[in-house]
Design a protein around this ligand. Structure first.
Ligand SMILES: Nc1ncnc2c1ncn2[C@@H]1O[C@H](COP(=O)(O)OP(=O)(O)OP(=O)(O)O)[C@@H](O)[C@H]1O
Ligand SMILES: [Mg+2]
Length: 250
């Protein structure tokens, strides 16, 4: 239960006009490993992410991170608390180099006074940028424009950018979207490696990837949590098969 969780969503709900996009969804995320959220298009997965990350305020329910109620925190505060997310649509600066994308993201580690000074004086940001360049083996790509990278490299750079603030929870919305098989495999290895030291919450349509990477799977359908459990348990669940896997194999 809560003692072992880094994140708890408790009865979280969000309505858009007449549509109950997220309906009393609860689940827990452990401090290490991969928890995935799956479900058909429009099931409410990204909305649930938005409620957890602070993009939207839930109509009701609570979000608890590291034992603290963060339900009403703004995204910036949540980032400072150690929660970070990537978007289904990219948040890179395509006209800037790889290293500048990482520097800008790493600037958040500096105090606000430091932000007025030149990059060259931002010791923490420069150090973090170096770490990310080396961890993601971006040495040779450092001066390329982000917009010139392959799609797979862009998505991985996006993960590096999201990690700049050293979050303890990384939320990834469809990181393999539009990727080749080889890129998907490379990204899977990256996620697996990162999950040894942090919690990863993943929204993903690639069911094989989800089954391969996750320790825990939450299945959503029409705003509600339909089931949760180990990948094997979820896959064997008849309701899930009808709502989700049935659709994929029909
Ligand atoms: N800002 C918004 N305003 C109004 N309706 C919204 C908004 N965001 C999402 N919705 C609606 O809420 C429902 C859930 O959308 P959401 O994007 O959370 O689904 P999803 O599970 O992420 O789908 P996908 O797999 O296609 O990404 C959909 O019917 C969507 O049209
Ligand atoms: Mg979505």
């Amino acid at each position: 239960m809560a003692e072992n969780s880094i994140l708890s969503a408790r009865q979280v709900s969000k309505r858009f006009g007449g549509l109950q996009a997220v309906d009393r969804v609860s689940f827990e995320v452990e401090p290490r490993g991969v928890t995935s959220i799956i479900g058909p298009n429009g099931a409410g997965k990204s909305t649930l992410f938005n409620l957890i990350s602070g993009t939207f305020l839930p109509d009701s329910g609570e979000v608890v991170f590291d034992g603290k109620d963060v339900t009403h925190q703004a995204p910036e505060q949540k980032l400072a608390s150690g929660m970070a997310r990537s978007f289904q649509i990219t948040n890179l600066f395509f006209d800037l180099s790889v290293i500048d994308n990482l520097r800008i993201a790493s600037q958040r580690l500096e105090s606000s006074q430091q932000l007025l000074k030149p990059f060259s004086k931002s010791r923490l940001a420069l150090q973090r940028t170096d770490e990310l360049i080396s961890e993601f083996e971006l040495e040779r790509a450092a001066d390329q424009l982000a917009g010139a990278l392959s799609h797979g490299d862009q998505r991985r750079l996006e993960i590096a950018v999201t990690l700049a603030t050293r979050p303890r929870l990384l939320m990834l919305d469809e990181p393999s979207q539009g990727m080749s098989q080889a890129d998907t495999q490379e990204t899977a290895e990256l996620i697996r490696r990162l999950s040894q030291n942090m919690a990863i919450l993943l929204i993903e349509h690639d069911v094989d990837l989800v089954m391969d990477l996750s320790q825990h799977v939450v299945v959503m359908a029409q705003g509600q949590k339909l089931a949760e459990g180990t990948p094997q348990a979820v896959r064997a669940n008849p309701e899930v098969q009808t709502a989700y896997f049935g659709e994929a194999t029909a």
